[in-house]
Each structure stands twice: as structure tokens, then as C-alpha cells.
Design a protein around this ligand. Structure first.
Ligand SMILES: Nc1ncnc2c1ncn2[C@@H]1O[C@H](COP(=O)(O)OP(=O)(O)OP(=O)(O)O)[C@@H](O)[C@H]1O
Length: 635
């Protein structure tokens, strides 16, 4: 059963002639002329005023700090497509981060929305931020991506037909309808960019911030994306993009430009006024020179730093509105407040919740999305199960029939430790390697208030559990039977429970590392931090041989509880004397003698389960807190 929105999109897509992915679809898309885009906003347009914005970043311990933005001012008018331009490193993305509210650390100054100080919770409800890298669900089709976003971003009271209509409308106007059944990962760069915009358009934001929407696109895709933004702006939105160095034709598509050089404003006004402005400042743009190129050259200091100073003071670091279209009719802050009285805002207030839909809806949609992804994920699901089958068979063959033989007890003990290593390494490394890319999507969707972190975390935990159970059960059956462990259902279940717990702990440990570190650091730290756990597991150095001053280590090693649990399952429960067919003398044919040798008590099984339960719970909570911290720390 598909999602409500996805169902309608797919049904209706099926009724229309569909273009197979990767064929002539791309050519058709490039012919799309973006004229009218879906629903025009129904609420008052948004006028953004920012004043004395500074941004300082710390360069690390004892290295001081760096100021990126130097008290810039500006005005972003509604129904305008505004480009923030400047050379590389000028602070364009930083300014966009600050204006969208994404960056909060080290920021000074004030942002006003329709004449009133910005209240972040309310501003987030009317705006969205599309970052430079396309953070899309690559395993889901365009239609599924849209349907899931609609289920998260539109009120639950809206039925699937209502949502389907909105989705159809947006996709048709953005030239993506032909690609409704194409997976996100298979879209071209321009299509990905348009899908990123389409996803945010679902709840019809009044303000859109786009970081470098044209980077990496060919000229035709660039102009499509910019034309699309222009149409969206002229419908009543305030659209702000950063752009590097647009061609003359692309530059002309923008209504307004805001030019930065080394964190200061060189010019703010209409695109058309740029040439007269430069002329007035004594730095005229040479004939036949693209003004966008020329102003970037000026901002780079190619014509001298004094020119930057002249322009910054002429623009009053963004205070001057002289180069706006009809500056005399730009409303003052007071006039804006009168135009948007508080009584109107009160009527529009949708309550304290930041997200559009309740947590229960967020969880169920995210769980559906998680299962859909898991079904198609060749690494997290298919490869994981395959690896469990292959490693199970390999270990089974290596230790074949070791479980019942008195002369092979030590070998069997080695097998139990090898099983623990497998359950520790593969889920931990898989999580460390895959979670950081998931994290970037989480950061975007969470910031754009698709869902709360709690809903996300619960859903990933629920989605992963059945996959872990299946992978672990397959592995356990193979290795248990091939190595001829006692055929007793209770022992097998004890063995399985310990295996599953070890997987869950290792995964939680991987999640903690994946949430806090990038892939390189995580790949180094995960296995390195696991070494002490192995040392204290009671393997190699048995627990009784551990020096007393290091004994505490065995209590914090989850592998110790795993190994003890395995030994209890296989040799506990008053196991009878073992066979001794393969040797004349079997030192450990009495299981109790072996248990005494490794100083493990068979009665500790439930304590081991309890210890592993507490460890899983603690690590999950720690991973959640780290995730929460990381989401804010990157800002
Ligand atoms: N967290 C940070 N720590 C240190 N320096 C930073 C940090 N964030 C940004 N910077 C520096 O601030 C300056 C402005 O960065 P920003 O990304 O805003 O520039 P930009 O104009 O968007 O550049 P580009 O067009 O190349 O993306 C750069 O020199 C960058 O190295």
C-alpha cells in the first residue's frame, strides 16, 4: 500500500502518456517554459529589512576569530527576484544563512519582517531555504518524493485528491511531470534543482532562499531555474538567491541585485540601475562588458581596493535605497506595520507547533518512507542480508561441528567471539558510513520544518529493527546449525537474543559516532574505540586474569556481556557432558569446568541481557542528544 499522496500521483501519472526515464524526457523538460507556477500565495507579501548584520566565526582554539560580514544593511522587497552576488569568499552564503535564520552562532544585527522584529518560529512558517547541494531522497521517485513531502507539509485534513492536485500542478509547471516515475538519483542536475524547489513549493512559502541554484548547470538549465524563480517571485513571493557570476542574459532576469565584497555591500538596487550607479561612482562599466562580470572584477579588487571603498560608501553599506525602482514609494517600517496589523497576524497564527502536521502523522509518514527506502536500498538492506548469509556460511564451514565436541571447546569459544566481532563491526561501520549523508537531508528537512527530530529518530529506530531481526536471524540459524550447537530451542533463543542485542548496541554506537563526526573521523574512531571493548570482553585475557585495577573496564564493555551471554546460552543451563569423539582426552568435556576456566557464571544470562538493554537505551539517548546538538552546532 502506497502513501495517500503517492497513490494519487502514480495513478494519475499512469493515465497519462509517460516518458521513460532517461530517454527524450530531458529534451522535453528543456523546452518547458515556466510561465505560471501553481498557486499564488494568498497571504500578505513579505518585506525583509536587515540592519547592521555582522557574522563572526571562531577559527578554533587559540586561533582567534574572523569577521565575515561587516555590519551590512539591506532591503529585500516582495515580488522581486533578488540576486546576492560577489566574488568567492565575499560572504554571500553566510548572508543568506543569516537572513534565512539558518546561521545563529556569532550573528549580530537585526532582521525585520514587514516592519517588525523577526520571530524565528513565525518566519520559518512562511519561508524555506534550499541549500546548494541537492539534498533529495535518491531512492524515491519524483512522485514519491512529492507525495511524502505533501503528507508532511500539508494539513492532515486535506484529502489525497487535494494533495494530488497541488503536486500535479507544481510538477507540470516545473516541467517535472514527465519524470514522475524517475528516481531522484537518476535526475539531471537541473531536474534535481527543480525538484528541490518543487518540494518546498508544496506549502506555498512566501519567502524562498536559494543558495547558488545555478551552480553546476548548463546555460539552458540555469536560465530555466532562474526563470522559474522569477515567475515565483512575481506571483507575490520574496525570492533571494546567491549567484556567482551570471552571464549577461541571466543577470537581466534578476529584478534586484545585492553585491558584496569582503563582507561589505557595494551596491543594492535594480539590475538596470547598476550601470548608471557605477558611472555615478566614477567607475563606469566599459562598453560591451557584461556589468555582472565588471562589478565582480571591481569587488575582487582588480581595479584597486580604493574602488571598493568608494562603492561601499556610496551604497552606505546597504543603507541607501536610492537605486531601487521608485525609491520614494518604498514604505517605511511604520507604514509596513500599519499594512500588516497584529490583528491580521493573530488570525494567521497556526499555534505553537513549528511543524505543519502532528507528530503522529510525521512518524507514520517517515516510517512508510523508511520502509520504502529500505526495500530499495541495495547497501543497507540487500547487501546487509547477503553479508550475513555469506559470513554465516564462512564461519559455519570454518567451525563445522565444533559445538558438540569436548575437544573443540576452545575453538567453539573462538567462534562465539568471532560472531560477536561480526555483530559489532558490520552494523557499526554501515551506520558510520551511511549516516552522514542521511544527516544532510535531515538537516534540510528539519530546518524547513517537515518534521521534528523526535519523530525522525523514532522512525529510523522502528524501520531498522525488522531488518536487524531478519539479518540476525538468518545469520544465527546458519552459524548455529552448521557449527552444531546444542539443538535446543531455549538455547537458540538465548543465543539469538544476545546476537540481536549486540547488533543493536553496535548500531547505536555507530549512530553516536555518525551523528557527531564526518565519515573520515567516524571510520577512524569507530573501530579504534571498539578495541578497548574487545580487550575487556574476557577473550584473550580471561576475566579472572584481568589486573584488579582494570577490572572496571569489563563492566563498561558491552562485548563482555555479549560473550558471557553466549557462553551462558551454549554451556549453561546444566549442559550435560560433551561428546569426546575426535580426541583421546577432552579437557573441557565437563561444561562447568570450562565455565570456571573462563570465569563466567552460567547464571548471569539475565544480568547480561539487562546490562545490554541498559547499554542500548543509554546509547540511543546519547545518539539522540548528539544529533540534536549537531543539528544546532552546524548552524
Ligand atoms: N565556519 C567558518 N569558519 C571559518 N571561516 C568561515 C566559516 N564559514 C565561512 N567562512 C569564511 O567566510 C568567508 C565567506 O564564506 P561564504 O561561504 O559566505 O562565501 P561565499 O561568498 O558564499 O563564497 P562562494 O561563492 O565561494 O561559496 C570565506 O572566506 C569562508 O572561508
Amino acid at each position: 500500500m502506497m502513501l495517500a499522496g503517492a497513490e494519487i500521483v502514480t495513478e494519475e501519472a499512469g493515465a497519462l502518456p509517460m516518458t521513460p526515464a532517461g530517454s527524450s524526457g530531458q529534451a522535453q523538460a528543456s523546452q518547458v517554459q515556466v510561465q505560471e507556477v501553481g498557486q499564488a500565495p494568498t497571504r500578505d507579501p513579505v518585506d525583509i529589512h536587515f540592519s547592521n548584520i555582522t557574522c563572526t566565526v571562531s577559527l578554533g582554539f587559540n586561533k582567534g576569530s574572523k569577521q565575515i560580514l561587516h555590519g551590512v544593511h539591506g532591503r529585500l522587497r516582495p515580488r522581486q527576484l533578488i540576486a546576492i552576488m560577489g566574488p568567492s569568499g565575499a560572504g554571500k552564503s553566510t548572508l543568506l544563512d543569516v537572513l534565512s535564520g539558518y546561521r545563529i552562532t556569532g550573528v549580530g544585527g537585526a532582521v525585520f519582517i514587514n516592519g517588525r522584529g523577526r520571530i524565528m518560529k513565525n518566519f520559518k512558517k512562511m519561508s524555506c531555504y534550499i541549500q546548494q547541494d541537492d539534498r533529495l531522497q535518491g531512492l524515491l521517485t519524483v512522485g514519491e518524493n512529492m507525495a511524502l513531502a505533501a503528507d508532511l507539509k500539508l494539513p492532515t485534513s486535506m484529502d489525497k485528491y487535494g494533495k494530488g492536485e497541488i503536486i500535479e500542478d507544481i510538477l507540470t509547471n516545473l516541467g517535472l511531470y514527465e519524470h514522475i516515475n524517475t528516481r531522484g538519483a537518476q535526475l539531471s542536475g537541473g531536474q534535481k534543482k527543480r525538484l528541490s524547489i518543487a518540494l518546498e513549493l508544496i506549502n506555498n512559502p512566501l519567502v524562498m532562499f536559494l543558495d547558488e541554484p545555478t551552480t553546476g548547470l548548463d546555460s539552458s538549465s540555469c536560465s530555466q531555474v532562474v526563470q522559474l524563480c522569477r515567475s515565483l517571485a512575481h506571483q507575490g513571493r520574496t525570492i533571494v538567491c546567491t549567484v556567482h557570476q551570471p552571464s549577461a542574459s541571466l543577470f537581466a532576469l534578476f529584478d534586484h541585485v545585492y553585491i558584496l565584497a569582503a563582507g561589505q555591500c557595494l551596491y543594492q538596487g535594480t539590475t538596470k540601475n547598476l550601470v548608471p550607479y557605477l558611472e555615478g561612482a566614477g567607475v563606469p562599466c566599459p562598453i560591451y562588458h557584461n556589468p555582472a562580470d565588471y562589478v565582480i572584477e571591481l569587488a575582487c579588487g582588480e581595479y584597486g581596493d580604493d574602488k571598493i571603498q568608494i562603492l561601499t560608501s556610496k551604497a552606505e553599506n546597504g543603507r541607501s535605497l536610492d537605486w531601487f525602482e521608485e525609491p520614494e514609494i518604498i514604505p517605511s517600517m511604520e507604514a509596513l506595520r500599519k499594512m500588516c496589523p497584529l490583528s491580521v497576524l493573530r488570525d494567521q497564527d497556526t499555534g505553537p507547533s513549528v511543524e505543519e502536521t502532528p507528530q503522529s502523522n510525521q512518524r507514520s509518514v517517515l516510517i512508510k518512507r523508511g520502509f520504502l527506502k529500505a526495500k530499495r536500498d541495495s547497501t543497507m538492506t540487500h547487501l546487509r542480508i547477503l553479508v550475513n548469509v555469506l559470513v554465516g556460511i564462512m564461519l559455519g564451514m570454518l567451525f563445522i561441528d565444533a559445538g558438540n565436541e569436548g575437544s573443540r571447546v576452545i575453538e567453539n569459544y573462538n567462534l562465539l567471539f568471532a560472531i560477536l566481532m561480526h555483530h559489532m563491526m558490520s552494523p557499526m561501520m554501515l551506520t558510520i558510513l551511511t549516516f552522514p549523508s542521511e544527516m544532510s537531508i535531515l538537516s534540510k528537512e528539519h530546518f524547513n520544518r517537515w518534521y521534528s527530530l523526535g519523530s525522525y529518530y523514532i522512525s529510523i529506530t522502528i524501520v531498522d529493527l525488522p531488518i536487524s531481526i531478519v539479518a540476525c536471524a538468518i545469520f544465527s540459524v546458519i552459524v548455529y546449525t552448521m557449527s552444531a550447537q546444542p539443538l535446543d530451542i531455549v538455547r537458540f533463543l538465548m543465543f539469538f537474543v544476545i546476537s540481536l542485542y549486540t547488533v543493536l548496541v553496535a548500531q547505536s554506537f555507530g549512530l553516536m559516532i555518525g551523528a557527531a563526526f564526518n565519515v573520515v573521523n567516524g571510520t577512524f574512531l569507530g573501530p579504534t574505540l571498539s578495541v578497548p571493548m574487545m580487550m575487556f570482553a574476557g577473550f584473550g585475557v580471561t576475566l579472572k586474569d584481568l589486573p584488579p585495577y582494570l577490572y572496571w573496564g569489563s563492566y563498561i564493555s558491552y562485548l563482555r556481556y555479549g560473550l558471557e551471554g553466549f557462553v551462558g546460552a551454549i554451556y549453561g543451563l546444566d549442559r550435560p557432558i560433551l561428546d569426546c569423539k575426535q580426541a583421546p582426552y577432552c579437557h573441557y568435556k565437563y561444561p562447568r569446568q570450562f565455565l570456571a576456566e573462563v570465569s563466567m557464571s552460567p547464571d548471569m544470562f539475565w544480568w547480561d541481557v539487562l546490562a545490554l538493554t541498559v547499554t542500548v537505551f543509554t546509547m540511543r539517548v546519547a545518539a539522540f542528544l548528539l544529533l540534536k546538538w549537531k543539528l544546532n552546532a552546524v548552524r
